[in-house]
Ligand binder design. Structure first.
Ligand SMILES: Nc1ncnc2c1ncn2[C@@H]1O[C@H](COP(=O)(O)OP(=O)(O)OP(=O)(O)O)[C@@H](O)[C@H]1O
Length: 474
């Protein structure tokens, strides 16, 4: 392929993801918010949610590191070399300006993955690393610290190169670099992302470059702004999201092939399915590997009930009875379609509830704002559909209402989603309450499937009996 044609292809690939490109700011009164669009009663599963949007959303709403009580699994390239792990940032002998930056960010001690990953990344001679752990466990902060540590501020050319799957994700990582490097102003950062137009042959003085694969490739090959041979640290972030975008995998490999032999290669991913693993092995030769398993969710501490209803109005009055009988600090209510979520939101608002609605047509920043307000307790009820809530943990919610039972795209039971909606990980082992609204023979069958699959009794609740409802709160 000629340079120009791949550059064109790259521009196409790097155009904003659909969900963001089609975005507009919604105002109260907008049809889209109130469900008069033709497509609003389609199950949201039919709308493709891209991984990058989900990842960005998680970053935007996360204010703290995710705790994890699982053991970190470390596979060393050289099993005979000692395995270092650190419990404090001091042990890493960071430059004082960086240590100050770390503390200024409110980090007191390394997160679980950082305990092992940081000594490995900062070791001399440099070691390659593939690291996998769920979103929010501190991977970004770890590689940002590694990049900042390896930079020689006296040299005015790119020395660290980080590629991210999208423009927005690159900007988020850039923010972390700026924050952590706050007391290290000699180190500067350039963004190789669409829209940042550069003349051919201009020399880049910034020591760290963060960008998307297409533009980075452009900057290395076509415009010759970066000399790949001078890169000391190469980071490939969000590998699982990267390979979900067509073309990014090949571009990443092309970039990697241009780097010097001694360049340190680091790859991070939240998940590790086979395709990610194959890609990781191509990008990172002779790697050390660190894995941190996700904490398992369980239904052990959840009391599960079902309510028999005939129609949505019935479900709504059952919900009102529950609200009338017990005090609910915060609840999440799941609906199958956007139309249903809109309707319910309207009904509950009329009853005087403070309701937050998370809806598929909102842009990512709007969704993050809704979740943030709910997380801060500004609204007590969050109504959502599957797609919007997938992968998002709102930890303090103790009551979950399945206004519609979760179904997969073929209308069959979806055990994983059921577990994720109502389950809790060990550390949030607080007692929870889940109420399922059953409105047909079919939904009863689906409920029974969940009961059998998890081998946990789902009890009937008569919402016309206030005394009975009161009991479930105890
Ligand atoms: N050692 C630490 N102590 C306290 N907070 C931390 C620590 N490391 C990271 N954090 C914070 O935890 C959150 C998640 O960290 P980070 O973004 O690095 O995780 P991640 O695994 O890269 O997840 P994601 O891919 O979703 O960004 C951020 O708000 C970050 O500032």
């Amino acid at each position: 392929m000629s340079t120009d044609s791949w550059a064109l292809a790259v521009d196409e690939q790097e155009s904003t993801p659909k969900s963001i490109r089609n975005s507009r700011i919604l105002k109260a009164g907008d049809a889209a918010l109130h469900g008069t669009d033709d497509d609003v009663d389609k199950p949201e599963e039919e709308e493709k949610e891209d991984k990058a949007t989900q990842s960005l959303l998680n970053k935007l709403i996360r204010s703290n590191v995710v705790n994890n009580t699982n053991q970190v699994e470390v596979l060393q390239r050289d099993p005979n070399s000692p395995l270092y792990s650190v419990k404090t940032f001091e042990e890493l002998r960071l430059k004082p300006q960086l240590l100050k930056g770390v503390y200024e960010m409110g980090f007191n001690r390394p997160s679980k993955i950082q305990e092992n990953a940081l000594p490995m990344m900062l070791a001399e001679p440099p070691q390659n690393l593939i690291a996998q752990s769920q979103s929010g466990t501190g991977k970004t902060a770890a590689f940002v610290l590694a990049m900042l540590s390896h930079v020689d501020p006296g040299l005015k050319w790119p020395q660290c190169l980080c590629i991210s799957p999208t423009y927005e994700l690159a900007l988020q990582t850039g923010k972390v670099i700026t924050q952590m490097g706050k007391f290290y102003p000699e180190v500067t950062l350039a963004y190789a992302v669409r829209g940042h137009k550069m003349e051919r042959g201009v020399k880049i003085k910034e020591q760290i470059v963060i960008g998307t694969p297409g533009t980075v490739l452009d900057w290395c090959v076509k415009l010759k702004l970066i000399d790949p041979k001078k890169i000391k640290v190469f980071v490939l972030d969000e590998a699982d999201v990267m390979i979900a975008t067509q073309g990014h995998q090949d571009q990443s490999i092309r970039i990697q092939r241009m780097l010097a032999k001694g360049c340190q290669m680091l790859l991070f991913s939240a998940t590790f399915e086979d395709s990610v693993w194959k890609f990781a092995e191509r990008v990172v030769p002779d790697p050390n590997i660190i894995k941190l398993k996700r904490e398992e969710e369980t239904l052990d501490t959840i009391k599960q009930y079902y309510v028999l209803c005939n129609c949505k109005e019935d479900k709504f009055s059952a919900l009102c009875n529950i609200y009338g009988a017990i005090t609910i600090a915060q609840a999440m209510i799941f609906c199958h379609t956007r139309k249903m979520a809109n309707w319910l939101s309207g009904q509950l608002s009329k009853e005087g509830h403070q309701v937050a609605l998370l809806s598929g047509e909102m842009v990512v920043e709007q969704r993050a704002a809704v979740i943030e307000r709910f997380r801060d307790g500004k609204e007590k009820v969050l109504i959502t559909t599957n797609v919007c809530a997938r992968g998002i943990d709102v930890e303090q919610v103790s009551v979950v209402i399945n206004f519609d039972l979760p179904l997969d795209k073929d209308g069959n039971p979806d055990n994983e989603t059921y577990l994720h909606r109502i389950g809790r990980t060990g550390r949030f082992g607080k007692r929870g309450l889940a109420v399922n609204m059953v409105d047909s023979q079919r939904s009863m069958e689906i409920l029974k499937t969940y009961e059998r699959h998890f081998n946990k009794k789902i009890m009937r609740l008569d919402t016309d009996d206030i005394d009975e409802i009161e009991k479930i709160a105890n």
